[in-house]
Each structure stands twice: as structure tokens, then as C-alpha cells.
Design a protein. Structure first.
Lengths: 623, 238, 251
């Protein structure tokens, strides 16, 4: 028994290695560039694939060949990372944080299809590491030799990183830039190259992480998003910006996973969630993290939020009239697409509710859409619940999820909060994905039928229109009611809000709950419009779809996200039948961000600014 | 030596998103001179200094430093040419030690500027010598302000921009800062500072510009401003 | 009447004693200035009084009631108003809405989900804005106001909960000299007519010596002097550690 425990402990340490490498890279890149690099998981995946191809050619049975392949793969990924920085990110450092995030997600999509094209859809089995391909016996239990190598690697890398950061000039600059990058530039240091080099190092770590786990886990097309969620958990648990914290958190998570497998294989993800929850309750900023100072001045000038004027109301009246008459003229296909657009518009509006007025960015809003969807679907399929009841239960179930997850999330702010929302969403997704007996896993739940009276497409269209219309209108009312003012007060200036007696955290929590429940309504309607539900509905790409809709439409307006949803859903529908549609979508997102770093909603303002500047300059030129 | 001033700013116009901050602003700083930009919060002092050092991109106008047009250059290039910048609100790297803070500012020596080493700086700022290994965040406000100046001097500048060096400092430390500026001037450094504190400005500067709503309203020798009660009354209201 | 009573207040951060045993009182209608070098413990002390920090030891009594360690919202409702060194207003709201939000919070009407807030407490908000001279700009966005005007809005917001104690952190930082005098005169006027106790920190010695009724001086977390402006100015230690000789020379 002790032998088993010791060996399991060592397995946990081995499992921590790649987690640590990825999280450390993510943390370093974020520290200096303030970019949450969604594509970090893609770099990890590329590390695994490239190492696979290299070992095929170089490592035919030699120890050196294998390790040379691993290091070469990491270097190749580092170069790719640097190239991404130079080609894309360098152009948008002044753009809002979320646009940078969108760009990196565009990279995720592009890399996914590139990997699909180069290495094919089949999961690749990693080679065994020559010289480390047998196992050793420890107290009567067997442990793969390769695990011993992994156990050595993390502390070795940690030590090297420490030397790099505390004993080199580059390290001093990186630590300085982590605090105040503009000031580093104003002291005569070339920021651009510093950023590129940081990306190089971060990408190297990700590539190394992917390459060294090749003999254990192989390479497949899903590991990019799986590892990014794990990396977010580790960064949040360890404390943002702390490499040692990431090291400890990786070991903690690695060990928990190793022992959970031993005790109850299905519990691994739940254990990870519980660990994260416990750490965050005790230490909200992670094991070794430090509280982030709140800025007294609040965020940079938020525009005035005004209730809709006469013109706007007339436009809305016209839109509603069009929607009401649409079934009279449209064909089935248009109607189906319109139903989807209205549902996703509600989803986008609910995300905007916490992002805009609430100021809380969620990377995992699909969790609540999915909870509503699966809640309704399970009630319908397992308990034969009628549609009316299932649709009412959907927001309750999603709201309950938001209540639990939100309790933790509102304890953090900014990008930490966002990472936590993503981690929760990924956990919810994994539960649905893995709990085959209940949810059908990847096969989803099928055959969910509408109540006879709503069976006709036209009736269901009106039902969706009514539900989404009422929900969206209710959210608008709330934004202009005292509740909305309290939430916005907390966003604009937390200091001031607290000083006048507003319990900002409680209002954030309530906003989270409301947004979750609204997303749940959308999820429930979605299930009945499709007749089925799959884990994709709560996956990271779905969450990012929501972000794209909100950001393209403009986070500072209330109606923007609705139009963003319409445009995005239409585009998605138009290209999703193509084989490499992710490539197209990713490329489009990157292109849009590069062309309009302030968002489509910002185009008008950019133009106006430009005209004003030209005019002022022209006035001045006159003698 | 050039006939022109060391720093020549002409027709500077700058925006911050919507709002125009600077309107056709011109000023100059001669070699070895201390000039001050006087004005209240939001008058455009910081934006002027930031535009000169490249942190804000001006919409129009030109900045010429040592006869080289530097408008639109990135900050690091401008700084490497010998134009140092000391920001307001200190902005030290609080997690780094004093020695590391100085290392970030270090640049190669230049022929046209006084050369600084860590040892020479510690003569000027004896306090800092005793706390080389201390984390900058643990120093007092006055010590931090001295560190920001020392850090910029490590780049061996021939001209420095000082953004509100007296703001938020105890009166005792303000006196020290004035003495420091005097010492730098005596070593041949040219200085452009921004200030709200007229008393402090009078202690250290040769020439003054009064800026209001992004425009220069008054310019002349400090001694003249001291006598010009109308100008003081109108723009500074002491 | 003593409104605030601070006794033996302690607070340390990782081995550094930021506030090391401070005692002082503020009476109703009195303007008490707290001065001292940077890092003397002024901000820490303020943040404890405001509820943002929990003291390690000591007591803070507001009208006889212990408030040390209560959350900021609670302290606010007990009657403490606050202005910040860097103005903190709600940028996405108009001037009037800023004050209205404070009034809504004070009257505990925040949970409303349906009725528009724009009409709530509008009259009371306008009365406060009138008092600080900002009524004419009530419907402008806070983001476009001049700095001095923002400070006035902050004052109105801080008065919305009808406080008995007003904490002002460097109320005139960043203002032109004339504006400083106006704002402090307005503050003094309002606090006297409403009988509010005011505690403020300030770096501008003209403001401190021109407007404070009493002054306390902090250094390295400890109280080194207290008394009338004349007494403090004459204090040798205060001159040595903080004021220097130039302030003296000018008088």
C-alpha cells in the first residue's frame, strides 16, 4: 500500500511537469505583454506534433536523437511564437485587452486547421523515449522510467528560469516591464524586441511542455483547449505572475489528479475544481499571488450610458415589426436561421450584461448556455418533462450554476476573473463530455421534441421571439434601474462605490446570476429548436463565439451585441459547411482585429477622430 | 555648438482620443538652461513632455533635439539620443531593488553629456547608496522620487524632462529636490520641468512658460514673471 | 462634541509598522489636518477609518460606537463620507446620477430591478449640487468635467449619506491655488452649517495652515505633534522632519 502511494505520488510529480511548463510560459507572457495568450495551448499542441515528426526522422532508437528532437521542437515552437508576436500582436498592443484576446483565439482556430491539414485527424501515439522505455521497481510497484525524467525536468526548468530572471540583464528588464512596460521604453529600452523575446521564451516553454509529454499522451487536435484550461487553473491557483506559484500549483493539481485516478477515476475534474475552490477561498490571489491594487481613478473614461432616445426607439419598433412579419414571407431555411440568431442574440446580450455594465469579462459564458440546454434536455429525455416546464427549469438550473461559480469569480477581478470563468466552463464541459451514462458524452442527447402546439416552425418562431424579446427587454430595464446603477458604480469606481455603501461584490454576484439565468433561457430554447444537444454547446469555442459577437458589435452600446450576434451567426452558418472553416473564421477574426483595433463599433469613432485631427492640423497650417 | 536651442518644439498638437489636449504649442530649451512649464492639472503639461519623448504621438508639429528631427520616433530611440524623461508619480519598479532599478536605466556614455556611474550617483544621492539591495517599493516617497531621477541619469542624458518633481513631496524633500536640480544644472545638464508649484519653480528655473488649456499663455524669464503680477494673477492666482 | 475618537491604533505590513499607536479626536464642526512625509502612515490611517483596512489593534469610535474592522459599506451607512486623492466618480453617469446613486445607496433602494433610477432622489441630488455650485452642470457626463468641478461633485457625493464625519484625502491635490482656496472655504462653510467633523490630509501647506483648526503630524507611523497651526509651525521637530525652513522663512 505504501509502495502504491509512493509510486502514485511520483506519477503525480511527473504529470505536473508539462502543466508547469505551459503555465509558466503563459504567466511570463501575460506579465510583460498583458496579453492572455489563448494560443498558448496551440503552441503546446504544435510542440507535441512537431516533436512527433522529428522523432520519426531523428530519433530512431537513440537517446540523443529523442532529446534533440524535443529541444528542436521547442525551439521551432519558440520561433513560431515569436513570428506570431511580430506578425499579429505587435500591431495591436494598444488595442483593448479583449481584442488582443480575440486575435489569439483567431490563432487557435488557424493552428487547429493547420494541424489538421498537416498531421491529419487521427490521434498520434507518441514514441517511447529510447533508454527510458522500461520501468523501475519502487517498493514493489512499477514506475515508468520516463516519469523519472519528467520529475527532474520541472525543478530544473524552475531553477533555470530563476537564474534567467534574477541573474541576467534580460531578466531585470523583463521584471521591470512586468510592472511598467511603458517606463522601460521611456528609459531607452526597445520594447518591441523585449516583447518578442518574452514571447520566444514563453512559446519555448509551451513547446517543451508539449514535446516532453509526447511519449505519455501523444498528440491530438483537442489538447490545445484542454491544456489551456488546465494552465488557467494553475495560473489562478498559483498566483498570477508567480513562477514558483505555478510550480507549486502544478504539483498540487498533478498530485490530486494522480490520486483521484486511483480512488475514483471520474472524480479527477471535480477534484481539480474543489482544489481550486478551496485555494481561492483561503487565498483569493492564489498560493503565491499578491492582491492587485485597485485604481482609485477607475477605468478610463466610460462613455455616458443613456436610455434610448426617440430615433432609437423608432428603429427598434421597425426591427420588431420586421421580425413579427418575417414568417409571412420567409422560407423555412430563413426562419430556422432567424430562430438561431434570436437565441444567440439573447446569449450575447446576457454576456454583455456582465461584461458591459458589470465590467466582468467572462471567457466561459457558454457554461450557462450549456447548463440550460442540458438541464432542459435531461428533464425532457430522462424524466419526460413537458417542454413548458423544461424551458422554465433551464434558467433555474443555469442560474444555480452561475450562483455557485459566480461566488468564486466575483472574488477576483479583471483577467483573473476571466480565467476562472473559463476554468469553470471547461470543468462543466468535461463533466458533460465524460459522464457518458447521463449525458451521452460526445453522442449528445437526441430526440427532444416540442410540445404539439409549438411543433410548427412558425409557432416556435414566435415563441422564441417572445421569450428572447422579453428577456432582452428585462435586462435593459435592469440596467437603467437602481440595480444597474449599483453594478455600474462598482465597475466605474469600486473605491467610490464602497465608500457610499454599495456592497459591490454582492451586486456583481447578482449580475452574474442574472446573466447566467438569461443564458440558460437561450440554452433551453436552443435545445428545442434543434431537438438535440451536444457538448459543443458549452465548449470554449462557444464561449468565444459570444465574446466575438459582443466585441464586434461594440461592448459600449446596448444594442451592438444583438447586431454582432446576427452578423456572426450568419457568417458562421455560411462557412461552416466548408472543410477548413476554422481557418477562414480564425483568419477573419485576426484580419478584423488588425484592421479595426477598436472594434467595428469603434470604426465610426476612429473616423471622427481622424477627421477632427486633420481639421485641427489644417487650421493650424494656415498662417 | 549649434546656434539653435537644444530642444526646439514647434506647433505641437496632440489629442487624447476625442479631446484635443495641445494646441499649436511651441517652446524651446537652450543648452545648460532650466526651463519650466507652469500650469494647473489638466493644462497639458504632462502631455507636452510625453509628446516630446515619444510616449504620445503628436497629430502635428515638430520636435527637434540637437538639430535632429525626432517627431514620431519611438521613446527608446529618443532616450538613446540623450533625452531623459522622469515621469510624474514616480513610477519606480517597486519589485526591483535600487541597484536593479538603476540597471534598467543604464545606457552607453555620450560625448556631449555628463557621464554617470552608480558611484557618482550615490555621491549625489547619498541615501540611495545605503539601500542598494532594498526593494524600491519599501522606500519612502522622497527616496523613490530621488531614485526616479537617478535612474534616468543612468542613461547619461544631455537634457532631461522632469514631470512635476515636487508633487506630493514633503516640504523638506522639496528643498532637497531643488538642490538636486541645481547640482545637475551646474554639471551642464539642460532641464525642462513641469510644475504647479510656483515657489519651487522660482527656486530652480531660468525661464518659464505658462500653459493653460493646451496653449502657451505667457513666456519669459523667471525674474520677469516674479515681477509680472498681472500674469501671475491671471494664470496662476497665487 | 467628539465625533471621532481614535485610540492606540496599530497596523503593520510585513514587519513594517505603518501605523504605530496613534491617538487623536475630531470634534463636530472642526477641520483637523493630518500631515507628514510620504509613508508616514496617513493613507493607512485613512483606509482603516474608512474600513478598507482592518487594524491590528486599537479602537476607532464614531460617536461612541466602535467601527474598527467594519466593512466600508457599513461604515458609510453609519455616517462617514469620503473623498479621494485622485477623484473617484462614476464615469458612465451624469453629475446628477453620481449623486443620485449615492442617495439611492444611502436609502437602501439599490435592489430595484424595474423602475428607472433616473427619477429617484433627483430633487435631493439637485439640492446637494446647488450647495456645491454644480447644479448648472448636473446633466453633463462626469468624464468631461474640469478637475476642480470633479472635486466639487465628489464633495456632493460624500455629503449624500448625511455624514457626521468627512474624510478627505488630499482634497486639493492637482488644483490651481485659487481653486484650492475656494474648495476649502466651501468645505469649511458646509461642515460648519451641518456640524460635520472633517479629517483631511494635505501636502499644500498653504491649505493646511490656512484652513485647519487643528493639525496632527505623523512620522513613521507615530504622532509627533498636534495642536493649533501656530503651535505646529513653531514645533522644532516638525520643522526638522517635515516642514523644512522654507515654510518658516516665508512667514
Amino acid at each position: 500500500m505504501t509502495g502504491q502511494i509512493v509510486v502514485q505520488f511520483l506519477t503525480g510529480l511527473a504529470g505536473a511537469a508539462s502543466l508547469f511548463l505551459v503555465a509558466a510560459g503563459l504567466s511570463i507572457i501575460f506579465g510583460v505583454t498583458r496579453i492572455v495568450n489563448f494560443a498558448h495551448g496551440s503552441l503546446y499542441m504544435l510542440g507535441a506534433y512537431i516533436a512527433y515528426s522529428l522523432t520519426e526522422r531523428l530519433a530512431v532508437g537513440t537517446i540523443y536523437g529523442f532529446w534533440v528532437s524535443v529541444v528542436l521542437a521547442a525551439l521551432a515552437v519558440a520561433l513560431i511564437g515569436a513570428a506570431i508576436e511580430i506578425a499579429i500582436l505587435r500591431r495591436i498592443y494598444r488595442a483593448p485587452e479583449l481584442f488582443q484576446l480575440l486575435a489569439t483565439f483567431g490563432v487557435v482556430l488557424v493552428v487547429q486547421d493547420a494541424a489538421l491539414w498537416i498531421w491529419g485527424p487521427v490521434d498520434l501515439m507518441g514514441p517511447r523515449a529510447p533508454g527510458l522505455d522500461s520501468s523501475v521497481e519502487i517498493m514493489g510497484q512499477r514506475l515508468p522510467e520516463y516519469d523519472l525524467a519528467l520529475i527532474v525536468i520541472s525543478p530544473l526548468v524552475l531553477g533555470l528560469l530563476w537564474l534567467l530572471f534574477y541573474r541576467t540583464r534580460w531578466g531585470i528588464l523583463v521584471r521591470a516591464a512586468t510592472q511598467d512596460r511603458e517606463m522601460v521604453g521611456a528609459l531607452g529600452r526597445n520594447q518591441a524586441w523585449l516583447f518578442t523575446s518574452v514571447f520566444f521564451v514563453g512559446a519555448f516553454l509551451a513547446g517543451l511542455g508539449g514535446a516532453i509529454q509526447l511519449p505519455k499522451g501523444g498528440a491530438d487536435l483537442l489538447i490545445d483547449l484542454n491544456i489551456i484550461a488546465a494552465a488557467f487553473v494553475i495560473v489562478v491557483v498559483g498566483g498570477m505572475g508567480s513562477i514558483t506559484g505555478a510550480f507549486l500549483a502544478a504539483i498540487l493539481i498533478g498530485e490530486l489528479q494522480a490520486f483521484a485516478v486511483l480512488l475514483l477515476p471520474e472524480s479527477t475534474l471535480v477534484i481539480m475544481f474543489l482544489a481550486m475552490a478551496v485555494v481561492l477561498v483561503v487565498r483569493p490571489w492564489g498560493l503565491l499571488g499578491r492582491p492587485v491594487a485597485e485604481h482609485a481613478a477607475g477605468r478610463a473614461a466610460e462613455p455616458l450610458l443613456r436610455p434610448p432616445g426617440r430615433t432609437q426607439r423608432m428603429i427598434w419598433g421597425a426591427v420588431i415589426a420586421c421580425l413579427l412579419t418575417l414568417p409571412l414571407i420567409a422560407e423555412d431555411f430563413t426562419l430556422t436561421l432567424s430562430i438561431e440568431i434570436m437565441i444567440l442574440a439573447l446569449f450575447a446580450a446576457s454576456l454583455h450584461f456582465i461584461m458591459g455594465p458589470g465590467g466582468m469579462v467572462s471567457f466561459g459564458h457558454a457554461a450557462y448556455f450549456g447548463l440550460g440546454a442540458y438541464g432542459a434536455a435531461l428533464l425532457a429525455t430522462k424524466l419526460d418533462t413537458p417542454m413548458e416546464l423544461a424551458l422554465l427549469a433551464a434558467p433555474a438550473i443555469a442560474g444555480a450554476g452561475a450562483l455557485v461559480f459566480g461566488w468564486f469569480c466575483v472574488r477576483l477581478s479583471g483577467v483573473y476573473l476571466a480565467m476562472l470563468t473559463l476554468a469553470f466552463a471547461q470543468i462543466a464541459w468535461s463533466v458533460v463530455f465524460q459522464w457518458y451514462e447521463l449525458t451521452g458524452g460526445e453522442d449528445g442527447l437526441l430526440g427532444i421534441r416540442r410540445t404539439p402546439w409549438a411543433d410548427s416552425r412558425i409557432v416556435f418562431y414566435y415563441l422564441v421571439l417572445a421569450a428572447c424579446g422579453v428577456a432582452i427587454y428585462a435586462m435593459r430595464r435592469m440596467i437603467f434601474a437602481p440595480f444597474g446603477y449599483a453594478v455600474r458604480a462598482g465597475r466605474d469606481s469600486r473605491l467610490r462605490a464602497e465608500a457610499i455603501g454599495i456592497d459591490t461584490r454582492r451586486f456583481e454576484w447578482m449580475a452574474f446570476l442574472i446573466a447566467g439565468a438569461m443564458a440558460g433561457i437561450a440554452g433551453g430554447l436552443y435545445v428545442y429548436s434543434k431537438g438535440s444537444v451536444f457538448p459543443d454547446e458549452m465548449s470554449i469555442p462557444r464561449s468565444v463565439d459570444g465574446l466575438v459577437m459582443v466585441l464586434l458589435g461594440g461592448v459600449q452600446t446596448l444594442s451592438g451585441p444583438l447586431f454582432g450576434a446576427a452578423g456572426f451567426t450568419w457568417l458562421h452558418d455560411a462557412i461552416s459547411r466548408l472543410e477548413y472553416w476554422r481557418f477562414i473564421l480564425g483568419g477573419t477574426i485576426i484580419g478584423l482585429v488588425l484592421a479595426f483595433p477598436e472594434g467595428l463599433g469603434g470604426i465610426w469613432r476612429q473616423l471622427e477622430d481622424w477627421v477632427r485631427r486633420r481639421r485641427a492640423v489644417a487650421r493650424q497650417a494656415k498662417p | 555648438m549649434s546656434a539653435r536651442a537644444m530642444l526646439e518644439v514647434t506647433g505641437l498638437t496632440a489629442f487624447y482620443g476625442w479631446a484635443q489636449i495641445l494646441f499649436d504649442l511651441s517652446l524651446s530649451v537652450g543648452r545648460g538652461e532650466v526651463a519650466v512649464l507652469l500650469g494647473r492639472n489638466g493644462a497639458g503639461k504632462s502631455t507636452t513632455l510625453k509628446s516630446i519623448v515619444g510616449l504620445v504621438r503628436p497629430a502635428a508639429g515638430s520636435v527637434v533635439f540637437n538639430d535632429v528631427e525626432i517627431t514620431g520616433f519611438p521613446p527608446h530611440r529618443i532616450v538613446r539620443m540623450g533625452l531623459g524623461y522622469v515621469p510624474e508619480e514616480r513610477r519606480i519598479f517597486s519589485d526591483l531593488t535600487v541597484a536593479e532599478n538603476l540597471a534598467v536605466g543604464q545606457q552607453r556614455p555620450r560625448d556631449d553629456a555628463p557621464q554617470w556611474t552608480v558611484e557618482k550617483l550615490f555621491q549625489l544621492f547619498p541615501n540611495l547608496a545605503e539601500m542598494q539591495g532594498r526593494r524600491a517599493g519599501q522606500m519612502s516617497g522622497g527616496e523613490q522620487q530621488m531614485l526616479t531621477v537617478a535612474r534616468t541619469l543612468m542613461g547619461n542624458p544631455s537634457l532631461i524632462l522632469l514631470d512635476e518633481p515636487s508633487e506630493g513631496l514633503a516640504p523638506v524633500v522639496v528643498d532637497q529636490m531643488a538642490a538636486t536640480i541645481g547640482a545637475l544644472k551646474s554639471r551642464g545638464l539642460s532641464i525642462l520641468l513641469s510644475e504647479q508649484n510656483l515657489r519651487f519653480a522660482q527656486m530652480v528655473s531660468d525661464r518659464a512658460y505658462i500653459i493653460e488649456k493646451g496653449r502657451i499663455r505667457w513666456q519669459g524669464r523667471m525674474a520677469d514673471l516674479a515681477r509680472d503680477d498681472a500674469a501671475k494673477q491671471q494664470y496662476l492666482v497665487v | 462634541m467628539t465625533v471621532l475618537e481614535v485610540r492606540a491604533l496599530y497596523k503593520g505590513f510585513g514587519g513594517v509598522q505603518a501605523v504605530a499607536g496613534i491617538d487623536f479626536d475630531v470634534a463636530a464642526g472642526e477641520l483637523l489636518a493630518m500631515i507628514g512625509p510620504n509613508g508616514a502612515g496617513k493613507s493607512t490611517c485613512f483606509n482603516i477609518l474608512n474600513g478598507q483596512l482592518r487594524p491590528d489593534g486599537g479602537s476607532v469610535r464614531l460617536a461612541g460606537r466602535e467601527i474598527a474592522g467594519l466593512p466600508p459599506g457599513h461604515i458609510s451607512r453609519l455616517g462617514v463620507g469620503r473623498t479621494f486623492q485622485i477623484t473617484a466618480t462614476f464615469g458612465s453617469m451624469t453629475v446628477a446620477e453620481n449623486v443620485q446613486t449615492a442617495l439611492i445607496a444611502h436609502h437602501r433602494d439599490l435592489a430595484g430591478l424595474w423602475r428607472p433610477a433616473a427619477s429617484l432622489h433627483r430633487a435631493a441630488a439637485m439640492a446637494l449640487l446647488e450647495r456645491v455650485g454644480m447644479a448648472a452642470q448636473a446633466d453633463r457626463a462626469c468624464g468631461v468635467l474640469a478637475y476642480g468641478d470633479l472635486k466639487r461633485v465628489e464633495l456632493a457625493v460624500a455629503l449624500a449619506n448625511d455624514p457626521m464625519l468627512l474624510l478627505m484625502d488630499e482634497p486639493t491635490a492637482g488644483m490651481a491655488p485659487a481653486e484650492r482656496v475656494e474648495l476649502m472655504a466651501l468645505t469649511a462653510e458646509i461642515t460648519r452649517e451641518r456640524n460635520i467633523a472633517v479629517l483631511f490630509t494635505e501636502h499644500d501647506m498653504d491649505v493646511v495652515f490656512g484652513h485647519a483648526d487643528r493639525i496632527i503630524v505623523l512620522n513613521r507611523g507615530a504622532l509627533i505633534a498636534s495642536g493649533t497651526p501656530q503651535e505646529v509651525r513653531a514645533n522644532r521637530r516638525v520643522r526638522e522632519l517635515y516642514l523644512g525652513e522654507s515654510v518658516e522663512a516665508e512667514r
